[in-house]
Design a protein around this ligand. Structure first.
Ligand SMILES: Nc1nc2c(ncn2[C@@H]2O[C@H](COP(=O)(O)OP(=O)(O)O)[C@@H](O)[C@H]2O)c(=O)[nH]1
Ligand SMILES: [Mg+2]
Length: 306
């Protein structure tokens, strides 16, 4: 009997990809950041903040969990939105398991049913385990959570149902442990220092967009895209030039604000966060440009990485 077979080597490492799926604004990106304990996905109170698939790697002692945050599933109107929905559904097909995130502050509605229908179709083919995550329980009365779970319970054969708060972190570690249990055995897919596959350019562009979303309302957040024109590292300094695309002159005026005040605030907030994230000084310049109907233009969408 060899004495060097330790308990550790007897327990195989687990590894796999988890798609985070749900309607817009339920807290998918907040959850990704909470699970990673690092902010890599932008978050706002506006729907459709996330436009691309965002990968984050959790290095758990027993598993490597590759999280795939996705744009919210919705009925798409513009070409941009069609691409976003396609991205989410493709991610669901690639994954080893899925989290379906719903919002505890509202009863299941048409938008949630649309999500669950699409997940049902997808898992009929793949058979992957799906967890129902009831998010934002920090702001609802405890007595309302159980009836909510009941109303979702029969909609899909959930592998687990977890009430949680991505904002406060309630049950977030428990979710990780439950996830490890259902992931397949396998070797890690990413190196141990990898946290995300987002490039610095992509992170910079999204941070500028996040600050615009926080400072604007109505149709403006949907009509904004950010393109990094220049990203040059000079020692501990990054020189970043960003173009903000909007669809109309009136939107440009809103983003810039009176005497350029709004754009200045947006720039300062984005720069501070970039400096923290990149660990270097940032010199950020932002221009606002009008490009009519960019959301319908296939070439522009591809150039923007959507
Ligand atoms: N109270 C509360 N708010 C949350 C929670 N998770 C997310 N939010 C808020 O919900 C909004 C949408 O979050 P986001 O992560 O962008 O949602 P996504 O569109 O599903 O990715 C933001 O204002 C978040 O701060 C939570 O657990 N509790
Ligand atoms: Mg999001």
């Amino acid at each position: 009997m060899p004495s060097d077979v330790s308990e550790e080597s007897a327990r195989a490492m687990k590894s796999g990809m988890v798609a985070i799926i749900g309607r817009p604004n339920v807290g998918k990106s907040t959850l990704l950041n909470a699970l990673l304990k690092e902010k890599i996905a932008i978050v706002s109170d506006k729907p459709q903040t996330t436009r691309t698939r965002i990968l984050g790697v959790v290095h758990h002692p027993e598993a490597q969990i590759v999280l795939l945050d996705t744009p919210g599933l919705h009925k798409p109107q513009h070409q941009l939105n069609k691409r976003m929905v396609r991205t989410a559904l493709e991610t669901l097909r690639e994954a080893d398991m899925a989290y379906v995130v719903v919002d505890a502050t509202a009863p299941p509605g048409a938008a949630d049913r649309l999500v669950i229908e699409q997940v049902r179709e997808s898992i009929a083919a793949s058979g992957i385990p799906v967890f129902l995550l009831i998010n934002k329980v920090d702001v609802v009365n405890k007595s309302r959570v159980l009836p909510l779970i009941e109303s979702y319970r029969t909609m899909l054969p959930w592998a687990e149902v977890v009430p949680l708060s991505a904002l406060t972190g309630l049950n977030v570690d428990r979710l990780l442990d439950l996830t490890v249990k259902v992931l397949p055995e396998g070797e890690p897919l990413y190196g141990e220092d990898v946290v995300t596959d987002q490039t610095m350019r992509a992170l910079a562009a999204d941070l500028v967009r996040e600050k615009i979303l926080l400072h604007t309302r109505q149709e403006v957040p949907y009509a904004v895209a950010v393109e990094i024109e220049q990203f040059v590292e000079e020692g501990k300094l990054a020189r970043i030039a960003a173009s903000v695309l909007v669809e109309r002159e009136s939107q440009k005026a809103i983003v810039i604000g009176k005497h350029g005040e709004r754009l200045k605030e947006i720039g300062t907030e984005a720069r501070i966060e970039m400096e923290r994230l990149f660990g270097m000084k940032v010199f950020l310049q932002i221009w606002v440009k009008v490009r009519e109907a960019w959301r319908e233009d296939e070439q522009t969408l591809t150039e923007l990485g959507y």
